[in-house]
Structures are given as structure tokens and as C-alpha cells.
Design a protein around this ligand. Structure first.
Ligand SMILES: [Zn+2]
Length: 216
């Protein structure tokens, strides 16, 4: 049984970082947006208090707000980093953006493996399925638990909104297609854990999201 702990990090971005763990106490860390000492401490304390053993670090996509803590988490827990190959360029650009945004001391983390649609991410006794949902970023993925009916879906679909597509590599039509032909085919009751803001459900966004009115 997977438990999900969410953190909201960074006063500039309000980015959701997720720790997923199960009864084996193995965990994965998704989109570590932490950058300041208090944020690292908050993440570490949770892992320590629950006696978790991090085994994988995953980025749903590689915009700056989702990867600021990659190097810290990777070095601290000695775990491999996985992204979708098509977001490699986005990740490499973060160094420049981090200086523009004033995040001094951003450290790059090396990528250890790529995830693509149809792959499975396992930890402990749990398994998540990888969906490819580009548009907000070229190599954007979502992690789906069919069994427990939830998805960690990054910046594709939000409560009442969708991911922006004006950043480099963004593509509005591709984003809408990802929502309509991937996310909206998931179970209506599936809970969406987005990269920003509160959780929502597929049903709620199908029926009320103004950007998804043409939904199937
Ligand atoms: Zn993003």
C-alpha cells in the first residue's frame, strides 16, 4: 500500500515535492523542488522520522522548480536519477536559468537512466506505470498507480487549470492532446497529485476545467 507525503517548497514557485513509500519503508522522491536548508531539513526529517529508505529519484519533467534539489537528494541518499530522455535539454538549461532566477549555488545532477511510456517504476512491493504526457515540457511523464487509483502528474493538469506552454519546449496542442488522450482515459475517480496546488480528480477536471471543455 503506497502512502504519499507531499511538501510544498520554494516561496517563488510553491512546487509540490512527493515522497512515495510503502510498508517495506522503501521510498521514491519525485520532483525535489527544495533548495534552502530549512527545506532540505524538512525533507530529511520526514525520511528519518519514518525510517524510510530512498531508492530512486524521479523528475516528472525538468523545469527549474522541479529539479533544484536533485543534486542534494542524489548525493545525500546515493540514489539514481531518472527522467524522460526528451527533457535532457531542459535539465541542462537549468544551470543558466538558476543564475537568472538568483538561485546561487545550484548544482547539476547527473542522470542515471531514462523512463518512457510503458516503463514501470518499482520500489518496495509497489509498482507505478509511466505515462508520456508532453506539452508543458517535451519529456514530461506521469507516474500512475492503477491499483490505488492515483497519478503523480507534474505540471500537466491542475485543479481548474493546465500547465503553461510558453516556456521553451512547450506546445499547447500537444498538452491538450496529452490530457485528452492520456489522462482523461484514466479512471474518473483517479486522484491527481499535481506539481503545484491541491489534489484533484479526473472527474472534476473533465467536468469543470475551463481548458478541458472539449474533453472526450
Ligand atoms: Zn514545469
Amino acid at each position: 500500500m503506497i502512502e504519499i507525503k507531499s511538501f510544498t517548497f520554494n516561496p517563488s514557485f510553491y512546487e509540490n515535492t512527493y515522497v512515495l513509500y510503502d510498508e517495506t519503508l522503501e521510498c521514491i522522491i519525485v520532483d525535489p523542488g527544495c533548495f534552502f536548508k530549512e527545506e532540505y531539513d524538512e525533507l530529511d526529517s520526514f525520511i528519518e522520522d519514518y525510517r524510510l529508505k530512498p531508492v530512486k529519484l524521479i523528475n516528472t519533467h525538468c523545469h527549474i522548480d522541479h529539479v533544484l534539489g536533485n543534486a542534494y537528494v542524489k548525493n545525500k541518499y546515493k540514489i539514481p536519477l531518472y527522467i524522460h530522455k526528451l527533457d535532457m535539454e531542459v535539465l541542462l538549461a537549468v544551470k543558466v536559468f538558476s543564475e537568472m532566477y538568483g538561485f546561487r549555488g545550484y548544482e547539476e545532477a547527473t542522470v542515471d537512466g531514462y523512463l518512457k511510456e510503458g516503463d514501470q517504476v518499482d520500489f518496495g512491493s509497489s509498482v507505478l506505470n509511466v505515462l508520456f504526457v508532453p506539452g508543458h515540457a517535451p519529456g514530461h511523464i506521469a507516474l500512475v498507480s492503477e491499483e490505488q487509483n492515483f497519478a503523480i502528474s507534474g505540471d500537466v493538469l491542475f485543479d481548474g487549470s493546465i500547465g503553461r506552454t510558453d516556456l521553451p519546449g512547450g506546445n499547447y496542442n500537444q498538452l491538450i492532446e496529452s490530457i485528452q488522450t492520456k489522462l482523461f482515459l484514466l479512471d474518473d475517480e483517479m486522484i491527481i497529485y499535481p506539481g503545484h496546488g491541491p489534489t484533484t480528480t479526473i472527474r472534476k477536471e473533465k467536468s469543470t476545467n475551463p481548458f478541458c471543455r472539449l474533453a472526450i
